[in-house]
Design a protein around this ligand. Structure first.
Ligand code: SD4
Length: 325
């Protein structure tokens, strides 16, 4: 039986599974053993996904590994002081401290993560070393910093003069307010990639919510919330109010729905619906998911208007507006 016919047969089978689990969404095929396209692809959240994808693409297009691509890609916004919610230049917490969260996950379901890490420009690379060189998954705060310094990372001041100025201007006003997350100020980068071998990996990095309490950690460094990769099925990542993503085990659930045959966009939509259900009446939150299936098909969905993502494959690199409620 040729590949296409096998794929269609599987599709019919999976459609009935989708019916059995009572999902009203469109059901498509997944073929867990194969990248049907054999074409690398990288997708990432927000406008800064464009330059991040370009960096990741240099690796993917040369036959490199998805895990190396997702690390190199997100280092671009981490190092860019104009991206105010990731890495260097990220907006500080209520105390004026820049604390960063990041994680990374590969095709063997190995993963590493750091949370509330200060003074290190590239938390994703520290997360990579947690994955590659320790028996642990997650290091936080002082311990994460000590580990980074031990591994040769440079201790830096991540508060740029511009960010400091803005913080000083608004800190009195912000004191009384809850953390803010709206259309203007969320820029976490989540990146999902598939390499020429069909292997999937993902990364996620952020300075978290604007005006957060010192010590607050969101979804971005939590495996299963801000990021999840299952090389047999697909990968997903999240952006927006981390607490809402954690409550849903968001990215893991998106991948689980894809495992059950749900299309990536519908899988993202289903979890957004659950966020909506637990937040009736609260119009002040944004959550978005991005998903990449094993066959290269991707999708996204967000609660509010304004979420976009960048997609790079051998046809180019483009920004797409996410569907939303
Ligand atoms: C957090 N999810 O710390 C992050 C913030 C974010 O786009 O995604 N901003 O909750």
């Amino acid at each position: 039986m040729n590949t296409r016919r096998k794929f269609l047969k599987k599709s019919a089978l999976i459609s009935s599974i989708g019916g059995l689990i009572g999902l009203k969404s469109k059901v498509y095929a997944i073929n867990p053993t194969m990248n049907t396209s054999n074409r690398p692809i990288v997708i990432s959240t927000w406008d800064h996904g464009i330059p991040a994808n370009l960096e990741a693409w240099k690796i993917l297009n040369n036959g490199g590994k998805a895990i190396d691509a997702v690390e190199a890609g997100v280092k671009v916004p981490e190092g860019d002081p104009n991206v105010r919610s990731v890495g260097f230049g990220g907006f500080p917490d209520k105390d004026g401290r820049v604390t960063l969260d990041a994680c990374i996950m590969d095709e063997n379901q190995q993963c590493g993560s750091v949370a509330c890490l200060e003074h290190i420009k590239h938390p994703v690379s520290v997360a990579r070393l947690v994955m590659d060189e320790t028996p642990y998954v997650m290091l936080v705060g002082e311990g994460a910093l000590e580990f980074a310094l031990l591994k040769g990372f440079e201790k830096e001041n991540l508060l740029t003069p511009e960010t400091l100025l803005e913080w000083e201007e608004f800190k009195e006003e912000l004191k009384e307010k809850r953390s803010i997350i709206n259309i203007e100020n969320h820029d976490t980068i989540g990146m999902l990639a598939m390499d020429v071998l069909g292997n999937l990996s993902g990364s996620c990095t952020t300075s978290g919510l604007t005006n957060k309490l010192h010590g607050r950690v969101g979804d971005s460094p939590i495996i299963g919330a801000g990021l999840f990769v299952d090389n047999e099925v697909g990968a997903a990542c999240a952006t927006g109010v981390g607490e809402e993503v954690i409550k849903q085990a968001g990215s893991a659930m998106v991948v689980e729905l894809m495992r059950n045959g749900v299309h990536p966009e519908d899988a993202c939509k289903e979890i957004i619906k659950r966020v909506l259900k637990t937040n009736r009446g609260n119009k002040d939150i944004q959550v978005g998911f991005l998903a990449l299936r094993k066959d290269g098909i991707f999708g996204a969905f967000s609660l509010m208007k304004g979420f976009n993502f960048a997609v790079q494959d051998d046809t180019g690199n483009k920004l797409i507006n996410s569907p939303h409620f």
